[in-house]
Write a protein that binds this ligand. Structure first.
Ligand code: 26W
Length: 822
């Protein structure tokens, strides 16, 4: 830079700084009406958030204008969950404002990190599926793709978890109580959504058969837009979240029969729809309110897109299918298939054949689970009451589909029964996954193994019918949140050694590999990890009172609590180590801190019992002086996005230990790998690809593979395995003998009988010996820090494939056929 340019540049920086400083003051005084003396954190957070937001708005408006003016194809990501976490630091980093924000905060004597802590997590999701949607939006903005997210603005997000006497207690998450500076209400784009009522078949003036959905209760859908900033690229995309409101007539007409007060109270019925996120991530419960949420999201979003279309194209839908794509995040928004049919046919006079060809051109479905209990089925009775017109359309889709199948498989009644969208029986149900498959041009799984199992198992018949519809898109995560933001020390070390390109293109991270052989670099790598471990030590101490040591191996399993994820297997290993300590068999044993965290669905009793077990085991071990220097076990309460931002940079061993064939992909596994943790894992989900990229020698593999699981099931005798292995037998004796349940004898019997049951679906005992042995290998590797750090660096260096930018690049090219907005 020349001298004049240089000074002009620093002038500009100074101006930005001055302006930002003054704007924070102005928002404190005038937007928030706060006195400038003794500013409290929450006010400062709000003032800063609004000042940063102001800087997003210009780019946001420009991006919207570019999108509206462009004839290019657009994508709509429909999801009941977006687990975005905090937004302030993300916006600051993406706008490249960090330095000026820090300086302007110094006048108040605070650090950005402290102020960032004031922000509530936007916990609008359960786990993997919701967080994936958030990473995807980040990547779409980074790649400047014309993608809009559509979701629900839940008043209450994922519950807060407290631990009381070792048990999970749920508290409501009223995250909007102090307002949300990142949202903009768009009253001009409110939509109406129908529920209940009945259908009327009639003929139009020109003699065409038509259907009217009448006598319905309408609910108003009010959009709130959130900015999704790209990384220093001038793009700000939109996440539109719908809030349910009563329509004006709601109280006036329909409820005027009652008194005024009852009429006003009745508004609640409508507004309940977006009141709370269902905290369930693995079993559907068939509740009417959940179907209302799903249809509410789908109808409002499709109407929104159609209204925009009509503005520029009038009632000509010939190009609609090739100009728009709806990505369905699991089956939760699968009503989009019949709803788009309804809107086109009933409201825009399109004929069935044309409407169907449009739908099949623009719908794509992602499956996220193989668990049969998680596959959504809605009772036909409930459907016909709540959404009578949609059910008629589903029946018509099914009749035409089955006729097609019958032509391909003449006389095969069995295949018709198997693939029907309606599951027959005393209480018939709509199979939402089948509806999504039949109505889509693309069906994808989220990791190689998962997609293979979908084709061979769950969706076999459909794969036979339409092999080309099926494709794989292995998940990824955004390195901007899950490395650069949450691990600033590592970010700086990486930038210094391999440059900054990896932040927008993670394939560049492979340049790190040669540094693994450099002793000086390994030492700096170790120092960063130690720093991050210190940070986690403080969090653990604050939340649980337990003190971790920074010389111990940090062994971490954080994710939803579920039997298939086998937190129980992890606990059995902890008990095994404790048993060895008690018996004095500690030769060669490293010091280890085991951290487990995650929420159990409130109605999932076994998962809640596992939480209790982790807590009770940790009580016994942490209070035994014999274990003091060698083993600590902690259950970290209220695991969430912002907790993972502290946990994954500090982790050294990542537990990915699900029963093979059960975890669709996993994404936590990728965050740990990026931050240099080694994985101990089964051949399940994306673990398989992680191992392929990191190399067999940098991964602790154990357990049955998916095929082994299938054959073992046919002849599984856990009691024989236990009896034949003295170490395993002792673990069971300690559990069953009440070592961890002195004050409540027998409380864990449901877990121990499950382990001994030949029909245990999770085959925990089958994998236990192999797990203990793999943990022993990890133990031995950790004793050689040089070797461990080499493996750690190589893991980070091989994580390029697991960027959501790569995943989204594949969606854009192979499914959506969209290009960056120029
Ligand atoms: C109907 C209740 C319900 C709610 C949510 C059933 C199933 C779900 C989700 C599909 C569960 C989920 O989050 N699946 C996870 O999706 C991630 C992103 O693809 C994967 O990485 C995880 O392996 C998968 O468990």
């Amino acid at each position: 830079m020349t001298a004049t340019l240089d000074s002009r540049f620093s002038d500009t920086c100074q101006k930005i700084l001055d302006v930002l400083e003054r704007e924070v003051e102005r928002h404190l005084a005038y937007t928030l009406g706060h006195d400038a003396t003794a500013v409290e954190g929450p006010y400062l957070y709000r003032a800063l958030a609004i000042a940063v937001r102001d800087r997003l708005v210009t780019e946001w408006r420009e991006t919207r204008a570019r999108m509206a003016a462009s004839e290019q194809k657009k994508v709509y990501y429909l999801s009941l969950e977006f687990l975005i976490g905090r937004s302030l630091s993300n916006a600051v980093a993406n706008l490249d404002l960090e330095e000026s924000v820090r300086k302007s905060l110094h006048q108040f004597g605070v650090e950005l990190e402290e102020i960032a802590e004031e922000e509530q997590d936007a916990g609008l999701g359960n786990g993997g599926l919701g967080r994936l949607a958030a990473c995807f939006l980040d990547s779409c903005a980074n790649l400047q793709l014309p993608v809009v997210g559509y979701g629900l603005r839940y008043e209450y997000g994922m519950f807060h978890q407290r631990i009381e006497n070792g048990r999970q207690v749920e508290n409501p998450d009223h995250w909007l109580r102090d307002g949300n500076p990142w949202e903009f209400e768009r009253t001009e784009s409110a939509r109406r959504v129908h529920f209940y009522g009945h259908t009327e078949h009639y003929r139009s003036e020109d003699g065409i058969a038509k259907v009217r959905w009448s006598g319905c209760h309408d609910v108003l859908a009010m959009p709130f837009d959130l900015p999704i900033p790209g990384y220093r690229n001038g793009t700000v995309n939109t996440l539109r979240l719908w809030k349910a409101l009563a329509t004006d007539e709601f109280d006036l007409d329909e409820f005027n029969a009652g008194s005024y007060t009852e009429a006003v109270a009745a508004k609640n019925m409508a507004e309940q729809i977006t009141m709370v996120l269902y905290p369930n991530d693995s079993s559907e419960n068939g509740k009417e309110l959940r179907l209302k949420q799903q249809y509410f999201l789908v109808s409002a979003s499709l109407q929104d897109v159609l209204a925009e279309w009509v503005k520029t194209h009038g009632e000509d839908f010939s190009e609609f299918g090739s100009s728009n794509c709806f990505q369905l995040n699991d089956t939760h928004p699968a009503c989009a298939v019949p709803e788009l049919m309804r809107l086109l046919i009933d409201e825009h006079d399109v004929e069935w054949e044309q409407a169907w060809s449009i739908v099949r051109k623009c719908m794509a479905y992602t499956n996220h689970t193989l668990l049969p209990e998680a596959l959504e089925r809605w009772s036909v009775r409930l459907f016909s009451n709540l959404l009578p017109r949609l059910l008629e359309i589903i029946y018509e889709i099914n009749a035409r589909f089955l006729a097609e199948v019958a032509e391909q498989f003449p006389g095969d009644a069995e295949v018709l029964r198997r693939v029907s969208l309606i599951e027959d029986g005393e209480h018939p149900h709509v199979r939402m996954a089948y509806l999504a498959i039949v109505g889509s041009f693309s069906v994808n799984g989220v990791a190689g193994l998962h997609t293979k199992l979908l084709k061979e198992g769950l969706f076999k018949d459909f794969h036979t019918l339409w092999p080309d519809k099926f494709n794989n898109k292995t998940n990824g995560v955004t390195q901007r949140r899950w490395l650069a933001h949450c691990n600033p020390k590592l970010r700086d070390l990486l930038i210094e050694s391999i440059g900054p390109e990896w932040q927008t293109d993670l394939s560049h991270i492979s340049k790190l590999a040669p540094f693994a052989a450099d002793a000086g670099f390994r030492d700096r790598w170790r120092v960063v990890k130690q720093h991050n471990k210190q940070r986690l030590i403080q969090t653990v101490k604050r939340e649980t009172g337990v003190e971790f040591s920074d010389s111990a191996l940090f062994d971490v399993q954080v994710k939803r609590i579920h039997e298939y994820k086998r937190q129980l297997l992890n606990v059995l290993h902890a008990i095994h180590l404790y048993d060895r300590i008690q018996r004095g068999e500690t030769a060669g044993m490293i010091s280890r801190c085991i951290l487990i965290g995650g929420k159990a669905a409130p109605g999932y009793h076994v998962a809640k019992l596992i939480v209790k077990l982790v807590n009770d085991v940790s009580q016994v071990i942490n209070n035994d002086p014999a274990a003091h220097d060698l083993l600590k076990v902690v259950f970290l309460p209220n695991y969430r996005v912002s907790a993972m931002e502290v946990i994954c940079p500090a982790a050294e061993l990542s537990e990915q230990i699900s029963t093979a064939g059960k975890e669709a992909s996993g994404t936590g596994n990728m965050k740990f790998m990026m931050n240099g943790a080694l994985t101990i894992g089964t051949l399940d989900g994306a673990n398989i690809e992680i191992r392929e990229h990191a190399g067999d020698e940098n991964f602790f593999l154990f357990g049955l593979d998916a095929a082994g699981v299938a054959t073992t099931r046919t002849n599984y005798r856990p009691n024989e395995i236990i009896a034949a292995d003295p170490e395993i037998e002792r673990i069971m004796q300690m559990l069953e003998g009440g070592v961890f349940s002195r004050s409540e004898p027998g409380i864990f019997s449901m877990l121990t009988t499950g382990l001994r049951n030949p029909h245990d679906p999770w085959l925990t005992i089958a994998d236990l010996r192999s797990f203990i042995d793999a943990q022993k290998r990890a133990n031995d590797a950790y004793r050689d820090p040089d070797h461990w750090n080499t493996m750690s660096i190589l893991n980070t260096a091989s994580s390029g494939w697991f960027a959501s930018d790569r995943t989204i690049g594949q969606y854009a090219e192979e499914i959506w056929n969209v290009k960056p907005l120029s």
